[in-house]
Design a binder for this molecule. Structure first.
Ligand SMILES: [Zn+2]
Length: 490
């Protein structure tokens, strides 16, 4: 879901005016021409008139990835039904329930590749145009308030290559495919509003040939087999960002168990391990202790289930997909701590703009300062702070550019700037305000903004509110300024 903070102040009165005008226009029965659903529609790329219903903007305005996401509506729910075939192709239908505060004559979705064969809005055939990954839907008449859009599509999904050279999205494996979609890859397998600022619930139904299993994010609602087909239904009841929605199709050993959380809740665990990677299923048994330790650092576990997907993927990273991270190598518990920490930072509290990525990776890397000593194999606490600072003092790449905000997408996953400098920032804050106050800040942060979209400014304001200190100079040096903060030189 969007938070009001994401909207520029001028937008609110503008929306009210447009809403009023749209009602007047609707009263006169004026509607846009319906384009044929079979052929791409010819429609103006800009709003038809400044005084009537308009076309929704084809960008969410993200500072790092301005071509993804769209404006003019807020998605509530994605219903995805997908048939996966042995040759790697899919047939799918995605139904999107959304809300448009002002009438829209057209609106954008993001879908890369794949052939669209039909679109309808509120049950009536709609037209559309396509330009690279931008799918512009032109409904039979303006949509306003709650509306639904059904997109029927098919083809062989492919992956994307990011500005930093990493592959993401729909990743083909030896026996199926795995979705790892940070930051833009959600559009490789379903049409969506591809911005982390627009969180929504999901229900994903996948039909696969018998003999394959389907992992997903959320909770396993149903699993049934027919003579030829196996069907898996995954339900996500908390609103999530599209990049965190995951399915993984393949031959898996499925491990189901439960654990007791710190507050007594029973949490289902589903893990999917590809037996061909030769890893012991005992990796899934390491999760309960790690999750309980993370609860002691960050507050109650914010999701309705957990687990991992372990698969053979030659991509060089693991990813914190919602509920169950996709792990591609076993490097000890630190990796599980890192990806599971993202269930709080990134998955429950989601940055609405990718420039604020330090809020995700800083906290996930911070776990290396506090996890049990046998998990990380090096110093903890202040010792880790000083050993990292020692290394960083000799390397200017840790200090430039500053992490808040990142302005060049190639730094999105920068180990030095985004991961380590941000974790050092959090440890320095803890030293500044004291461990007890820091714990209060973190646990208030995760409870106050649970399932929401967050900004750097909200975090720095909360730190000042709960510490009672003026931290402007601290955050200016640690977050907003290139160069090593002066007080860290020894
Ligand atoms: Zn991470």
């Amino acid at each position: 879901m969007d938070t009001p903070q994401r909207s520029p102040r001028w937008l609110v009165p503008a929306v009210v005016i447009l809403l009023a005008l749209a009602l007047v226009v609707a009263g006169f029965g004026i509607a846009k021409m319906l384009a044929s659903p079979e052929t791409p529609a010819a429609a103006p790329a800009t709003p038809s008139s400044p005084s009537g219903p308009t076309g929704g903007a084809l960008s969410s305005g993200d500072s790092l990835f301005p071509t993804i996401g769209n404006r003019g509506y807020d998605v509530q729910h994605y219903q995805i039904e997908l048939d996966y075939h042995r040759d790697g192709s899919i047939n799918a239908v995605t139904t999107i329930t959304a809300n448009a505060p002002a009438a829209l004559t057209s609106f954008g979705l993001d879908l890369k590749g794949l052939e669209v064969t039909a679109i309808s809005t509120d049950g009536r055939p709609a037209g559309w145009t396509r330009d690279d990954h931008k799918l512009r839907v032109i409904p039979a008449g303006p949509v306003h308030g709650s509306f639904s859009t059904k997109v029927v599509y098919a083809g062989k999904p492919t992956s994307l290559t990011d500005p930093n050279g990493m592959r993401e999205g729909w990743l083909v494996t030896e026996d199926g495919a795995t979705v790892m979609a940070q930051p833009m890859g959600a559009m490789t397998w379903f049409p969506n509003n591809n911005t982390p600022a627009d969180k929504a619930t999901f229900e994903i139904t996948v039909h696969v040939p018998n003999g394959l299993e389907v992992a997903g994010s959320g909770d396993l609602l149903d699993q049934r087999d027919s003579a030829t087909t196996s069907t898996w239904v995954w339900q996500q009841r908390n609103p999530i960002a599209t990049y965190l929605a995951m399915i993984s199709i393949g031959q898996y050993e499925v491990y189901k168990s439960t654990m007791t959380l710190t507050d007594g809740r029973e949490l289902p665990l589903w893990s999917f391990i590809d037996p061909s990677v030769g890893i012991s299923p005992a990796i899934a048994e390491r999760l309960p202790k790690i999750i309980r330790n993370l609860e002691s650092y960050f507050g109650p576990y914010p999701q309705s289930s957990s687990g991992i997907v372990f698969d053979r993927l030659e991509i060089g990273y693991s990813l914190e997909t919602q509920n169950r991270p996709v792990i591609t190598f076993d490097d000890g518990d630190w990796l599980l701590y890192h990806e599971l920490a993202h269930q709080w930072f990134g998955d429950s509290l989601t940055v609405g703009d990718w420039g604020d990525i330090w809020l995700n990776e800083g906290f996930a890397t911070y776990t290396e300062f506090v996890m049990p000593a046998d998990s990380v194999g090096s110093d903890r606490g202040d010792a880790r702070y000083y050993s990292l600072l020692n290394a960083a003092s000799k390397d200017s790449e840790y200090w430039s550019p500053p992490p808040a905000p990142i302005t060049d997408p190639k730094y999105l996953f920068s180990q030095k700037v985004v991961y380590n400098r941000s974790a050092l920032t959090l440890w320095a804050l803890r030293r500044q305000v004291g461990a007890k106050t820091f714990a209060k800040i973190v646990k208030t942060w995760t409870s106050r903004h649970r399932d929401s979209v967050v900004t750097t400014e909200q975090f720095t304001q909360l730190a000042e509110e709960l510490s009672g200190k003026d931290l402007d100079a601290f955050f200016k040096a640690w977050l907003y300024t290139a160069g090593q903060p002066a007080q860290t030189h020894r």
